[in-house]
Design a protein around this ligand. Sequence first.
Ligand code: NAD
Length: 532
Amino acid sequence: MVTTGAPRMKITYATLSAENEELQAAFDRAVASVREHLGQRYPMLIGDERRFADEEFEDRSPIDTSLVVSRFPMGTRTDVQDAVAAARAAFPAWRDLGWRRRIGLLRQAADLISERQFEYAALMAFEVGKNRLEALGDVEETADLLRYYSDVMERHEGFVEPMGSLSPAEHTRSVLKPHGVWAVISPFNFPMALSGGPAGGALIAGNTVVMKPSSDAPLMGYKFAEVLREVGVPPGVVNLVTGPGETVGVELEQNPGIDGLVFTGSYEVGMRLYSSFTRDYPRPIITEMGGKNPAIVTRSADLDEAAEGVMRSAFGFDGQKCSANSRVYVERPAAEEFLAKLVEKTEKLAVGDPTRRENWMGPVINERALRKFTDAVEEVQRDGGTIEVGGAVLSGDGTERGFFPTPTVVSGLPLSHRLFREELFVPLVVVGEVDSLDEALEQANATPYGLTAGIFTRDDAEIRHFLDGIQAGVVYVNRRAGATTGAWPGIQSFGGWKGSGSSGKNGLGPYYVQQFMREQSQTVMGEEPPPA
Ligand code: NAD
């Protein structure tokens, strides 16, 4: 473990800057320290076994692909089958441990994660290319997710609810019980929070889990699972299998020993799982998917606030947040000034190695993502749009060994253009002009997605109209810290409507843990209520 002498300062995604020198120095120490340990081999966690394999894959840094961050086994379908068997065997004891002792362990894990915030954030910066504030936020969010879901379980006293009675000799209660074994499939972009949050929800509810992190970010998922074991969560309760979606993921989808599946990732993979997971038998599946998140800027908006909010949400972590703002509808009278301000702010963004303090943007995750960016830029030029700023890929100073697009603002495309509809997951935002708020809302809602949305306006009636009409699971009004991004556990619950999410209950919020349980109505005849 790395000792950084780290200061205690809570970093969230709304933290605008960190001028705290102690914090910056602690992060620099953590970067220097973890750099020396990059490239290690890690095992899968299956029952009480740390399982290595002959065939491995390398987790390379998008900052510099000559850096191997970690090496993980190429898991097979047999490894998944063994992990499922271990999780099934561990389930009864974990369930019977009771919710009080379970949340006791998960709260300890949360504290250990917070204690190691700098070490984990430095590793994450290398692994996926987050800047220091974003990486520190991701780690602390993981800890707060465990705390918040524990609080929900406690507030509801384990979800045992006394019900009415039709006679004095009858006692009825509603009890929520865990299902058994949940598969947890995670994306690369919040590699700790979106491994730890869903796994934490399932575990607090009393299930055991088999985790599959993204092959672009296996290390953060592994670190989360390791912490749980350190605080005494028994082997078999948390299992981790690494490897490609096509084998490991598919076995998780098809294995009948999996009782529920929670997936976070793209629409394409999520919808495939959604339709196939329940083909033979009903099983709960939660899919959190992509977004094409709009911001609306009306003529009454504070345009500096709007430009700042859009810039932060479009380019934070290179546009690779599911909540990233990728399209803007601005009312015509405000368009020119808004665009000028957005361009001015974008031009000032420093792009480069995100482990360095001065860089606010880093690389995109892999070559495929970079190609999506360059293809989109070509498409803008071909279809008569204007690249207001950006549109380039950095080279020189070693950046050619990574994947560094520049933040890009596009105008002049028709509102029906593909780039207003499809998720790209790169730092490119399209700005379109509209005649009214009604037209903006109609456009904002005209995609299959419905994850986040934002508006900038000084008019209360417009705010009400937006809140009534927008189709999205997370919405923000006049948020300088991020037009559409920056949700935090227990503050903004986070989930998608329509093609962005299947459950209608948001993560980070008060109805999440319940989704990992099923209800039993218990009626017991007798003068006295049954024992708890
Ligand atoms: P992805 O869909 O490519 O991968 C997600 C996970 O699914 C990975 O672990 C991957 O290995 C696995 N997978 C791939 N094929 C599979 C298969 N056939 N069966 C089972 N598992 C399979 O997504 P990504 O590129 O890692 O993440 C980016 C996407 O995630 C974006 O679309 C983003 O919007 C979305 N996302 C959504 C949320 C949300 O809360 N709604 C949060 C973060 C990311």
